[in-house]
Structure formats: C-alpha cells, structure tokens
Design a protein around this ligand. Structure first.
Ligand code: NAD
Ligand code: UDP
Ligand code: UDP
Length: 316
C-alpha cells in the first residue's frame, strides 16, 4: 500500500454515503487520511459524497456488507445500517442481516488485515430504559420481538460480535453508543423527528407529534459526534462501549415549538398515535467519554438547528 504521508492512515467507512458517514469521511479526509467509502446506497446518496470526490485520497465503492469484502486498511468504521425506524423496519430481516452478517464480515476483515475496528452502536441497546440517565453499565430493557427489535437486537449482537472478536482474536475494537444525532444531510423523508419537524415547518404542513410529545430525547449535533467517534478510535485500550451524545434533554413538544419559532412557520401541532415500544426518556451519561477522550459536545440545540434548517432550505 502506498501512503500519501507517513502519518496518513487508510480508513474504510461502511455506510459512508449516509448522514453521519459522509460527515465522518469528510472529517477524516480533512485530517489527511485516505478514505474508502463503502455503501449500498439504501439510505445513503451520491449527493452526500459528491463534495468529497475532489479529494485524491477519496474512493467509493457500491457494495453491500452482507457480502464479504477484501481490502487492505488500517482502520474500519462500521456504520452501514439504516438508522431511522421507517427505513430499518422497511425490511426487518435485511436489517438483521446487515447488523449480524455485515458486522461479521467487517470484523473478519479487521482480523485478517489487523485493522482497528469501530462499531457504530446505538442508545437503542438500552431499549425503553428503566435507568436514567443511561450509563454504559446498564444492560437495557429491550423487547426482543417488537417492530424495533431488528435494529435494537441487531445492534446488540453486533456489539457481542465485536467483543468476542476482541476476546478470541485480539481485534482492537471500539464500540460507540450513539444517541440521537442530527444535522445537514439527513434525508428529508427519513422519518426521524428533527428532519420531519423542520421539513413540515418549512412546507407549512402540520407538525406530527407522536403520542403526547412528553417523551424526551437528547440531541447531538453531527460535528460533535464525529469528533467523538474519531477520538474514541484514536484512544488506546478503550475496548468497552462508550456513550456519545449530548446530555441536554428536551421533550418532543419542546423541539416542535423551537422549530416552529426558528423557521417562523405557521404550522400547527397535530397529535398522532405513538409507535410501539417508543422509549419514554433518553439521556446519555457521558462521563466515560468526558474522562477518556475529553468529549465535549458543545453545540447548543439552537445553533445546530439553525445549520440544519439552513440546509433543508436549500434542498426543499
Ligand atoms: P443513514 O441511514 O443515513 O446511514 C446509513 C448508511 O448505511 C446509508 O448510507 C446506507 O445506504 C448504508 N447501508 C445500509 N445498509 C447497508 C449495507 N447492508 N451495506 C452497505 N451499506 C449499507 O443513517 P445515519 O444516521 O448516518 O447512521 C449511521 C450509523 O450510526 C448507523 O449504523 C446507525 O445505526 C448509527 N446511529 C445513528 C444515530 C443517529 O441518531 N443518526 C443514532 C444511533 C446510531
Ligand atoms: N433493502 C433494504 N435494505 C438494504 C438494501 C435493500 O431494506 O440495505 C430492501 C430492498 O429494497 C429489497 C429487499 O430489501 O426490497 C431485498 O434486498 P436484497 O436483495 O439486498 O436482500 P437479500 O434478500 O439478497 O438479502
Ligand atoms: N417523533 C414524533 N414525530 C415525528 C417523528 C418522531 O413525535 O414526526 C417522535 C418519536 O415517536 C420519538 C422521538 O420523536 O419519540 C424521536 O424519534 P426518532 O425516530 O427521531 O428517533 P428514535 O425514536 O429512534 O429516538
């Protein structure tokens, strides 16, 4: 492998054409690394990676990770998996395959080429949590047979696989449990709450609140998250799960009012049924990330929403 510079690494990002993946690819390229983006374009788009094609150090490949892949790299960030409930429930079996067979393939690759491996896990491993805020030591409260299970249990098995490859094959793994992240390049119709509310507000349609809107989430701006992911990968001997997110907690109703006010929209609130197993409260305890990687997700919700609203104005 010919390197661009002695410090540069060759890095594989699966799901690199998706929302978080494309920001991660961009950040790694800006740091001088060679990036190979692998994506099956199920929810990712070429538009997300077109700006990256100006880098000579950027490569992309249409590939589904449920099929094995061979390439020589130093690090693997495994993000491939649809993240919005609408998309991961579209074909639940495929979601399980991506998380289980896909992660197995990427861990096998990491083992063979001795690459470091980071798994993009999720706060969903805590299910509808009975502990608040959620610490990494909490085992979760997950329904194994519900509509969200393909994703929640898929991600839990992916963590198990990563830890077992570490135990039995000495793969140098990282696991980040990502809490609700938002920002530019989310899909306009992917059903997640931040993109839904902004698009509805900009189009003057009703803001759809599921349930009474009193359920909470803690929203992290994508730039903060990406820095946390890269710092985690670069931190030595951090082979156990790490929460990454912004601990500022809001109700869904708070978010709706904020979006209406910031867009100056005339939209009204409309109440819809709450989906099955929708977690009531969610807030990360990020003391581990703060102490190990000096994680500081300091983008305030208003600031992050401003950038996201600006982005959606350009795509609508
Ligand atoms: P996204 O849907 O925008 O990105 C996922 C990407 O993976 C897409 O580009 C998609 O085309 C690709 N992909 C899906 N299945 C694939 C397969 N079998 N082979 C190859 N590529 C495949 O979602 P995102 O928000 O960018 O999420 C990225 C990762 O972070 C996911 O693993 C998700 O579970 C995790 N995560 C995200 C959040 C969040 O709030 N955004 C929260 C927790 C965890
Ligand atoms: N599909 C999906 N997620 C993906 C890729 C495809 O849900 O990441 C959908 C796709 O639209 C099709 C179905 O899953 O309806 C079958 O996909 P594929 O042929 O890849 O699955 P296989 O049966 O080969 O595992
Ligand atoms: N939600 C909502 N209206 C929407 C989309 C989502 O009220 O149009 C709610 C949803 O029921 C959940 C929260 O917002 O309580 C976050 O949903 P999202 O799908 O973004 O993420 P997740 O449930 O995976 O945290």
């Amino acid at each position: 492998m010919i390197r661009m510079s002695p410090m540069s690494k060759s890095i594989l990002v699966t799901g690199g054409a998706g929302f978080i993946g494309s920001h991660l690819c961009q950040y790694l390229l800006e740091q001088g690394h060679e990036v190979i983006c692998v994506d099956n374009f199920f929810t990712g788009t070429k538009n997300n990676i077109i700006p990256l094609m100006d880098y000579k150090t950027f490569e992309w490949m249409r590939h589904d990770i449920i099929n094995p892949l061979t390439c020589e790299v130093d690090e693997i960030y495994n993000l491939a998996c649809p993240a919005s409930p609408v998309h991961y429930q579209y074909n639940a079996i495929k979601t399980v395959k991506t998380n289980v067979i896909g992660t197995l393939n990427m861990l096998g690759l990491a083992k063979r080429v001795k690459a470091k491996f980071l798994q993009a896990s999720t706060s969903e491993v805590y299910g509808d949590p009975l502990e608040h805020p959620q610490k990494e030591s909490y085992w979760g409260n997950v329904n194994p047979i519900g509509y969200r299970s393909c994703y929640d249990e898929g991600k839990r098995v992916a963590e198990t696989l990563a830890v077992d490859y570490h135990r039995t094959n000495q793969v140098d793994i990282r696991i980040v449990r990502i809490f609700n992240t938002y920002g530019p390049r989310m899909l306009k119709d992917d059903g997640r709450v931040v993109s839904n509310f902004i698009v509805q507000a900009l189009e003057g349609r009703d803001i759809t609140i599921y349930g009474d809107g009193k359920q909470t989430r803690s929203f992290c701006f994508v730039d903060d998250l990406v820095k946390g992911m890269v710092s985690t990968m670069n931190c030595e001997n951090l082979n156990t799960p790490v929460n990454l997110g912004n601990p500022n907690e809001f109700t869904i109703l708070d978010l709706a009012y904020k979006v209406i006010q910031m867009t100056g929209s005339q939209s009204k609130i409309a109440y819809n049924p709450l989906p099955e197993d929708d977690p009531v409260r969610r807030q990360p305890d990020i003391s581990l990330a703060r102490s190990k990687i000096d994680f500081n997700p300091n983008t305030e919700l208003e600031k992050g929403l401003e950038k996201t609203i600006q982005y959606f104005r350009t795509v609508i």
